[in-house]
Write a protein that binds this ligand. Structure first.
Ligand SMILES: NC(=O)c1ccc[n+]([C@@H]2O[C@H](COP(=O)([O-])OP(=O)(O)OC[C@H]3O[C@@H](n4cnc5c(N)ncnc54)[C@H](O)[C@@H]3O)[C@@H](O)[C@H]2O)c1
Ligand SMILES: [Zn+2]
Length: 379
């Protein structure tokens, strides 16, 4: 079928990643429909101006059966990006939106025998328990999530599961154990397993892309629970210190949103990744303290970050994605972190009313037990 006849449904197409996937598909000649509930936490001012005028926009919830069925009508490829994310306390909402929403979408496709030919689902590096490590004695190991008792003592290191030695971070391959140590992570595991196993049952190619931390223009400046680069920017623009959990030396792999959009297009076009869960990342680990530095120097606001001995149980210490699989299918990230952060800041400067929502959220996170503090005497 010629490209210009391909029809895509992008769920969550008003959001950071979905809107960039949408723009790329439109440029490539696809007909695109977006289904998005305009989650108020993310879209405090309603429908964002960046929604591509060439798409058919449906304001609706993936949890609503009729809405989802209508959105799937005459669609060839589904880019399923809609999800409830971050470190929020509403645990049942994650299960409803992410797990049930996905299961129901698959059920509808099979029930109505729709013509969908491919599904690309947004998974996450949050499906891993902890990043892979190198032990001086045992080489590549897959440590478990660090016990809360260890973190309470202010010991942030990742120890070898066999001998207890301190490990050094290594790129995590897709065959690392998948756990889901946060409710969000758990529901991302649900989403990818549901989509992959269902695809095998019905014979429709499906792919789960395990994105690394994604950032870039359109990342919500309202949501204090997700997106470290966005949170640091809004803190600094309000003359507040960025808050580092643990000691700020934990590392993450960052992806610019346009690279993630390109990975989605690639996954939809190649058959090399069908049936698989695939990492997408830069394969570079950067410490959160370093991210705070890059953001502050790009903004030219010289405010030091602070580490107050706080931590989030279940959080990984280090995660860098091993990206051999997607690279072998032709993926190559194009935007380096410094350039990407600069592009985010250029965008954020064009937005009005950059308030700090983090301070208020912090109290909620502490009172609900999502953020803990090291025990006195250990800090
Ligand atoms: N940003 C990251 O760092 C990152 C990393 C790994 C995975 N992911 C995954 O990528 C996907 C997109 O994330 P994002 O960063 O663009 O987030 P985002 O919050 O910017 O976008 C998600 C969109 O989904 C919509 N949505 C939420 N609940 C919905 C529902 N019930 N029905 C319909 N629409 C709904 C929201 O309104 C929003 O526009 C998500 O599945 C997320 O879990 C993101
Ligand atoms: Zn060891």
């Amino acid at each position: 079928m010629p490209k210009n006849e391909k029809r895509a449904l992008v769920t969550g197409g008003a959001g950071l990643i979905g809107s960039h996937v949408t723009d790329l598909l439109v440029r490539e000649g696809w007909k695109v429909r977006v289904l998005d509930s305009l989650e108020p936490q993310t879209h405090r001012r309603g429908k964002p101006a960046w929604i591509n005028p060439k798409v058919e926009f449906t304001h609706g919830d993936i949890r609503d059966r009729e809405t989802t069925a209508a959105a799937l009508d005459k669609i060839d490829t589904v880019f399923h990006q809609a999800a409830y994310g971050g470190y929020m306390p509403e645990i049942s909402k994650y299960v409803h939106v992410n797990s049930l929403g996905t299961a129901q979408m698959l059920e509808i496709i099979r029930e109505k025998n729709l013509r969908v030919q491919k599904i690309v689902v947004a998974s996450s590096q949050a499906v891993y328990s902890e990043g892979a490590g190198i032990c001086p004695k045992h080489q590549l190991v897959f440590p478990d999530v660090r016990p809360v008792e260890q973190l309470r003592k202010g010991d942030w290191e990742v120890h070898c599961p066999i001998c207890g030695a301190i490990t050094k971070s290594a790129p995590t391959p897709e065959n690392a154990p998948v756990g889901g140590e946060t409710v969000y992570g758990l529901t991302k595991v649900d989403q990818e397993k549901l989509v992959l196993l269902w695809g095998k049952q019905v014979g429709i190619p499906t792919i789960a892309l395990r994105y690394s931390c994604t950032y870039g223009p359109r990342q919500s400046v309202f949501n204090p629970y997700t997106g470290v680069i966005a949170i640091f920017c809004t803190r600094l623009l309000n003359n507040l210190r960025p808050v580092l959990y643990e000691d700020g030396e934990q590392t993450r792999d960052f992806s610019f949103v346009e690279d993630i959009a390109r990975a989605n297009l690639l996954a939809s076009e190649t058959d090399q990744l069908d049936g698989m869960a695939v990492n997408v990342g830069s394969e570079k680990g950067v410490s959160i303290r370093k991210v705070a530095e890059i953001v502050s120097s790009a903004l030219k606001i010289d405010i030091e970050p602070e580490a107050r001995g706080e931590f989030r149980p279940g959080e990984m210490r280090h995660l860098t994605s091993d990206t051999k699989k997607i690279r072998s299918a032709g993926y190559k990230p194009q935007v380096e972190l410094e350039e990407g952060i600069q592009r985010y800041i250029d965008w954020i400067r064009s937005q009005s009313d950059i308030r700090d929502y983090f301070s208020e959220a912090e109290q909620i996170l502490k009172s609900k037990g999502i953020v803990h503090r090291v025990e006195v005497g250990n800090a």
